[in-house]
Design a protein around this ligand. Structure first.
Ligand SMILES: Cc1ncc(COP(=O)(O)O)c(C=O)c1O
Length: 409
């Protein structure tokens, strides 16, 4: 982003022009930011036995996946539908890794037919996958009982979480694989999203490398998941990427120096790659003061477009796009236009004085925004544009009222 005479520019285009051309609400992805994050990750994990994947669930737009694919990343998928999209985006099966939960046999058959790398997350799923795809090589997702994340809902390691095979049962999963005629070639962990403590994530990595000793005869890969957080609140410190990567590479090299069977490490960040590249442009529709002293600014967006703020109070900075850096002299509840009181982006947030029609920009909208969008209240889903060097490309069109009918019989 750039600020020119108090105006917000994205990819070299003024936000006012983008809003005028594509309407609001609008998701804007800055290509250079995605590229910069990709090269930062590549530099940190620069090793011939490390492979990087983008967690496609963060932003399942094929153009975004292709942009990241061109930077050397594969795609990490969590459903058969995502695998279908990744294949359609042109990723070869060997560049697609799958880790999901609750797989029905039909989904397993589809995954097995594609040849993608599959991690399952329950002992019964090991047995079932072995029956569905005899002789298969699979990975197992382990819950290492260590969790990290920006919120309990985003923390996937620990006894409260349904995800992964509890580490105490890991050897039972190995026995189940033998019974089912499958081979466990990968151990996977993802202990949560949005964590900013590289030390905790390294602790998890160490735990998995220790567990790997028990699988050393068949293991080719340790998949460390994603979860590399980015700062949202003003006083948060960035995730120490280089420290984390250095620790992971030490573990990998230590293993490969001391074992006959070398390992690869997979890392599959989502948020880290695209969150900060995305902005949501939205207009103030109503400014509504109350006798108790609150002022609601009702926007033309809502939790259909960005659920995180309502679901687990994720913090997002908002800017008045034509008064960047202006004094924040008033307080507003920035809320959505759904018939639901919980449809709130920010409460009691200092902002410059707002008027109806003002254009606001919400930061960190490039991950888990549109990917969680819905048509609640029969409101169409906004478009997405990719911006770079003064050029804007529509990569997802705005839904129409006709689209609301598309699955109705
Ligand atoms: C298995 C797995 N890998 C990677 C990710 C990506 O997480 P993040 O966007 O926090 O990097 C997730 C997120 O839910 C996940 O479940």
């Amino acid at each position: 982003m750039q600020v020119v005479e108090g105006q917000l520019f994205l990819g070299g285009i003024s936000s006012a022009e983008l809003a005028e051309r594509f309407g609001t609400p609008l998701f804007v992805m800055e290509k250079e930011v995605v590229r910069e994050r990709a090269s930062r990750l590549r530099a940190a994990f620069d090793h011939d036995r490390v492979r990087l994947f983008y967690a496609g669930k963060a932003n399942p737009n094929l153009r975004i996946w292709q942009l990241i694919g061109a930077q050397g990343f594969g795609i990490d998928c969590c459903s058969a539908g995502e695998v279908y999209l990744a294949l359609r985006a042109g990723f070869a099966p060997g560049r697609i890794s799958f880790t999901g939960t609750g797989l029905a046999e039909e989904e397993m058959r589809y995954l097995a037919s594609t040849g993608v790398l599959v991690n399952v997350d329950a002992i019964s799923q090991v047995e079932r996958f072995g029956r569905v795809a005899p002789g298969s090589r699979i990975g197992i997702r382990i819950n290492p009982n260590i969790g990290t994340g920006s919120h309990l809902s985003c923390t996937t390691g620990g006894s409260h979480s349904k995800l992964g095979i509890p580490i105490d049962y890991a050897l039972d999963a190995r026995d189940a694989a033998v019974r089912a005629g499958a081979t466990i070639h990968a151990l996977h962990v993802h202990t949560g999203s949005g964590g900013l403590d590289a030390g905790v994530m390294l602790g998890t990595a160490r735990t998995v490398f220790e567990l790997a000793e028990r699988f050393a005869e068949t293991l080719d890969c340790i998949d460390l998941g994603g979860g590399l957080g980015i700062p949202h609140e003003p006083d948060e410190r960035p995730f120490e990427l280089e420290r984390y990567a250095r620790g992971v590479l030490e573990l990998l090299e230590g293993w490969n120096d001391s074992h006959a069977r070398p390992l690869e490490v997979f890392v599959e960040p989502g948020q880290y790659l695209t969150c900060e590249a995305g902005w949501m442009l939205t207009r103030v529709v109503i400014v509504k003061p109350t006798p108790e002293g609150r002022t609601f600014a009702i926007l033309d967006s809502n939790f259909n477009h960005y659920l995180g703020a309502a679901l687990y109070k994720s913090y997002h900075e908002f800017h008045a796009t034509n008064r960047m850096g202006a004094e924040r002299s008033r307080r507003y509840d920035l809320v959505g236009n759904l018939c639901n009181t919980g449809d709130t982006f920010a409460s009691d947030r200092p902002m410059p004085e707002l008027a109806e029609g003002d254009l606001l920009g919400m930061v960190n909208a490039g991950a888990y925004g549109l990917s969680r969008s819905s048509n609640y209240n029969s409101r169409p889903i906004p478009p997405e544009v990719l911006v770079s060097e003064g050029k804007a490309t529509l990569i997802r069109r705005r839904q129409t009222y006709e689209d609301l009918l598309s699955c109705q019989m």
